[in-house]
Structures are given as structure tokens and as C-alpha cells.
Design a protein around this ligand. Structure first.
Ligand SMILES: [Mg+2]
Length: 426
């Protein structure tokens, strides 16, 4: 038996705004940041659990404090009891009778729970000597559904529905695991498309993306429509007709503006329009989806939790669902969302980039391929070539695919030297 000894948090910020990396119509100057947590135990196995919440700078101190507020829930607890029943652990944290007021089940406190839940999954995977995707993909359908809180979901997805989906995927698991290891999981890149880049840089990065094997790129839109038309034309001419081009408005518009704006870009054969409006506005997403059809609407990186995702699906408000590794309460909740998407037949194309999001979210898509939907058809994981060098197990992306990580853990552990160097000191 072992016990949790410390819950160490760090406010880590990278000065990315100096290069306008990550700039879009709403976030002009992000400093990619991580509210980071390391959970240590008194076991002498050398393992600790790592997790974080991604933020874009100011406020990372608040997010870090929220994680710290959970330490009374953790310090002194029996590690094996937690790791053996991650479903109860999740429900215990989310159900805290006082902290719950700060959500419920969304926002800063919920994301803090995500960091802690993810850190415990990291520890569990390291103890099992498995990468997280493989640990999850080897669990039985019953063990997987036990991770999920079905309260509020059963009008769309019951425990039996989830079991049925998981059991249907069981026979092909081993074949797909081999396939994943051989071919990887499809990626697309947002590297060319940041709004702050010059036309020359856009064209050069588009050429490089295609040369690197990517079959899809994404451009930020929503600043100025004439600029968007010029940039889209340049991108389309540079990559040719066979490469998909997604667009991302980062919540810039109201309903009418979104429909009108996308009407002006529709000639460029757009793969999807992402976050056209306020992420909480389900009915607006549904109206936009109708208004911009056949261009698919994608959203999710700011979707607060599984209940919102359920409604977006029920309202036909999205055609591409974008999970994020640190926006919701960790692995458990993201598995619930993967199962919701599977139930509605909607492809999941995760949000990534930032710092560490690629490292983290790839595990969930790979698990989905092996044990949930059994397909990568119409599915791509976002990739941005920033800040990977700070991680113990950086992503391995080449030829337009994520190669499956084989190192134990969830991919979120940042190098100790990087944590130290980029600790924010005000
Ligand atoms: Mg986005």
C-alpha cells in the first residue's frame, strides 16, 4: 500500500506572444501556459503522476490555485484504492459539496479536477508500464463504463448503449492496435494559419505542410473578410485542390455574421468552420450549421463538459466534435464524450496545439480507434509544431501522422528543467 504525499503545483508560462504564434481573431497575444501538477507518493517505485491545465497566460495563477485547492482531497489517501476505482475518484472530486458551487461541472474548478484526474491516470499508466492509450484500450467494456458518470447523460447515452458500442469494437482490438503501431493516426496542421503571420510566411508554411505529408491544414479567420479571402485563395493555390483546408473563427461571430462570412469563403472548398460563435450557444451553433451547410461546423475546445456536448449532438449543432485533453475533468469525462460522439455517429477531431495538448490528446484518439469507434475515417488530430521539446515524451509526428507513443504514462510530463526555467515569477 502507498499514500499520496504531495500535490505540487507550478505556474508555467512560455512567452509565445513575442512571435505571434497562436494568434487568432480573439486571442491576439497568447502566452502558452500550463497550470501544472505533480502528485508524489511514498511508494519507492520512482513514479509520480503529472497533469496540467492549458491556459494562454494571465489567469494561469488562478488555475494553479484551483488545482492546489484540491490537495486536501488527495494528500494522505491510499493510492491503490484510487487507481483501482478511478470512476469513484472522479465522482468524489466533481461532487465536492462546496467546490461544486464554482461550476457545476465546468470552468476553472472543473479543469483543475481534470489536471488531478489526468495526473492519477499518468501514475496508473506508469505503474502498469503502459502508454495511456494502451492501458485504456486493454480495459474491458465493463471497466470502461465504470469510469463514467452517466447522471445527466441517459437521455442520450445509457450505460447499456455504451456497453454495446464497446462490445461491438472488442473483436478487432488487436488488429487495430497493430495497424495503429504500423501506420499511426492521421494528423492535420494549424502551423501555417495563424492570423499574425505574413502572406509570405503563410505560403511557405503551407508548402512545408504538404511536403511534410499533411493532408489537411487549418487557417484562422474572422479578423477581416477581405483578408480572409486573400489568405484562403493564397493557401488554396499553394496546396492545390486535394488538401483539405479547415477554418477557425475562435468564437468571433454572431449567427448572421457567421453565415454571411462563410458564404463568402465557400468557394474555397472548406473542410469545416470551427468555433463560429460563443461556445455555450447551442442554438446558435445549430442555426449556423443549417445556414452554412454543406460546410460542417466543428466545436468543442471551449465546451465546458459532457452535458454541453450531449446537447450540441442532440441539437445537430456540430458535425465535427473537438475534445480537448484539459478543458473537461480529465480522461474519464473525455471517454464519456467519445462514447456520446460514437452514439451519434459524429467524428471526433481533437483540439491540440498550445503546450502539451498534442502529447496528451493523442492517447484518447488512439484509444477511440482501438476500443470505441474502430475507425480513423474522417478523423484527424490537430498538430502544431510548438514547444514539444519541453516534454519527456514529445509527440512523434511525421508523414502526416501521429506515431503511437510507447513510453509509459499519459504524455503530460514536462522536463524538470523546463518547469524550472519557465516558472512564472510575476
Ligand atoms: Mg480552435
Amino acid at each position: 500500500m502507498s499514500t499520496i504525499v504531495t500535490v505540487d503545483t507550478v505556474d508555467i508560462r512560455f512567452p509565445t506572444s513575442e512571435q505571434l504564434d497562436g494568434s487568432d481573431a480573439m486571442n491576439a497575444d497568447p502566452d502558452y501556459s500550463a497550470a501544472y501538477v505533480e502528485i508524489t507518493t511514498d511508494a519507492d517505485d520512482g513514479h509520480s503522476g503529472h497533469g496540467f491545465v492549458f491556459t494562454i497566460g494571465r489567469g494561469n495563477d488562478i488555475q494553479t490555485a484551483a488545482i492546489r485547492a484540491l490537495s486536501p482531497h488527495l494528500v494522505g489517501r491510499d493510492v491503490e484504492a484510487i487507481l483501482d476505482d478511478m470512476g469513484s475518484f472522479w465522482r468524489g472530486l466533481v461532487g465536492d459539496s462546496q467546490l461544486r458551487w464554482l461550476g457545476p461541472e465546468k470552468g476553472v474548478m472543473h479543469m483543475a479536477i481534470g489536471a488531478v484526474v489526468n495526473a492519477m491516470w499518468d501514475l496508473k499508466a506508469k505503474r502498469a508500464s503502459l502508454p495511456l492509450w494502451r492501458l485504456l484500450a486493454r480495459m474491458s467494456p465493463e471497466e470502461i463504463v465504470d469510469l463514467i458518470d452517466f447522471r445527466y447523460l441517459t437521455d442520450a447515452l445509457t450505460r447499456d448503449d455504451a456497453l454495446q458500442i464497446l462490445r461491438a469494437a472488442e473483436p478487432g482490438r488487436a488488429t487495430r492496435e497493430a495497424e495503429l503501431l504500423e501506420h499511426g493516426y492521421p494528423a492535420y496542421t494549424t502551423t501555417p494559419g495563424w492570423l499574425g503571420y505574413s502572406d509570405e510566411k503563410l505560403a511557405r508554411l503551407c508548402r512545408e505542410a504538404v511536403a511534410d505529408g499533411f493532408r489537411m491544414i487549418k487557417l484562422k479567420v474572422g479578423g477581416d473578410v477581405d483578408d480572409d479571402i486573400r489568405r484562403m485563395r493564397l493557401a488554396r493555390e499553394t496546396v492545390g485542390p486535394d488538401i483539405r483546408i479547415g477554418t477557425d473563427a475562435n468564437q468571433r461571430w454572431g449567427v448572421d455574421e457567421a453565415i454571411e462570412w462563410m458564404g463568402r469563403l465557400s468557394e474555397f472548398d472548406i473542410a469545416w468552420i470551427e468555433e463560429p460563435t460563443n461556445p455555450d450557444d447551442i442554438l446558435a451553433h445549430a442555426a449556423i450549421a443549417k445556414g452554412v451547410a454543406p460546410i460542417p461546423v466543428a466545436t468543442g475546445e471551449h465546451c465546458g463538459g459532457r452535458v454541453m456536448f450531449k446537447q450540441l449532438l442532440q441539437a445537430n449543432a456540430l458535425s465535427v466534435l473537438q475534445i480537448d485533453a484539459t478543458r473537461v475533468a480529465g480522461v474519464n469525462e473525455n471517454i464519456a464524450i467519445l462514447l456520446l460522439a460514437a452514439k451519434f455517429g459524429v467524428p471526433v477531431c481533437p483540439h491540440a496545439g498550445g503546450v502539451g495538448l498534442c502529447e496528451a490528446v493523442q492517447h484518447l484518439s488512439m484509444f477511440d480507434f482501438i476500443a470505441v469507434t474502430g475507425t480513423t475515417e474522417g478523423r484527424v488530430i490537430e498538430y502544431v509544431d510548438h514547444l514539444h521539446e519541453h516534454f519527456v515524451t514529445p509527440t512523434d509526428v511525421s508523414g502526416g501522422v501521429y506515431h503511437a507513443p510507447t513510453a509509459p504514462g499519459n504524455g503530460m510530463e514536462m522536463l524538470a528543467a523546463s518547469r524550472e526555467e519557465y516558472t512564472f515569477r510575476g
